[in-house]
Design a protein around this ligand. Structure first.
Ligand code: C5P
Length: 230
């Protein structure tokens, strides 16, 4: 069974306020992208990797892979305007023979191997997709124009991370069946598979999979990296 990882790194990351795409912002001595790339390369759950880079950053991405000495990168492609378009570009490079596609955000550098094991392992139970999730600690409210219109029952709600694993033909079908317009708003791949009728299960996520959005997130992750056992 071959498992292909699509590492999406083509976001602009405007909220970080840097002069470069988020995946190339420094985390320690290396671009942010390096940590998740190295972890995917070292994982026994991943056979091949497709890198999705921002326009004009394909070459730096390939050079980084060479510098890190990673051996599983099969292709590096240019991402699109939206995350879904970037995933589409990456999945197009995955061969038909692949059994499983794992999609991961480069913006989540600390990728524990146990989470990869959980999402890939869950597919053996007959699901079309498996995604890491965390329970919500705070109370959740729906607000319109500054006024609370509903307090949402929290028990059934989770927040969702990557890596997300899918039976390869199911993810491919969702990307080809759904129109480009209807996929634009999807912020994760599971939404596409769900919309196309797929069954997606959740497995325990991990706090360390924090997504870098703001500078404070980078500092927090750098602190975790410096601590033992991260
Ligand atoms: O923007 P956000 O942080 O939610 O993006 C999540 C992941 O998707 C990031 O790793 C980012 O690089 C990637 N992305 C992409 N192409 C886009 C937008 C986001 O590859 N057009």
């Amino acid at each position: 069974m071959s498992v292909w990882a699509v590492l999406v790194a083509a976001g602009r990351g405007e909220r970080l306020g840097e002069d470069r795409p988020k995946a190339f912002v420094r985390l320690g001595d290396l671009p942010l992208l390096a940590e998740s790339l190295r972890r995917l390369d070292e994982s026994g759950w991943v056979d091949e990797i497709v890198l999705v880079a921002p326009p004009e950053w394909e070459e730096p991405a390939i050079l980084l892979a060479e510098e890190l000495g990673v051996s599983k990168v099969s292709a590096c492609v240019t991402g699109g305007e939206t995350r879904a378009e970037s995933v589409r570009a990456g999945v197009a490079e995955v061969p038909e023979a692949a059994a499983v596609i794992v999609v991961h955000d480069a913006a989540r550098p600390l990728l524990p191997d146990e989470v990869l094991e959980r999402v890939v392992g869950a597919l053996a139970e007959g699901f079309d997709g498996a995604i890491p999730a965390l329970p919500i600690a705070d109370t959740v409210k729906r607000v319109r124009e500054g006024v609370v219109v509903e307090t949402v029952a929290r028990a059934e709600l989770v927040t969702v991370q990557t890596p997300q694993a899918f039976v390869a033909p199911v993810l491919r079908a969702a990307l080809t069946t759904l129109s480009v317009e209807s996929t634009q708003s999807a912020t994760d791949c599971a939404a596409l598979v769900e919309r196309n009728g797929g069954r997606v299960t959740v497995v325990p996520g991990d706090e360390r999979l924090l997504k870098v959005t703001r500078r404070a997130d980078l500092e927090r992750i750098a602190g975790w990296l410096a601590a033992p056992r991260t």
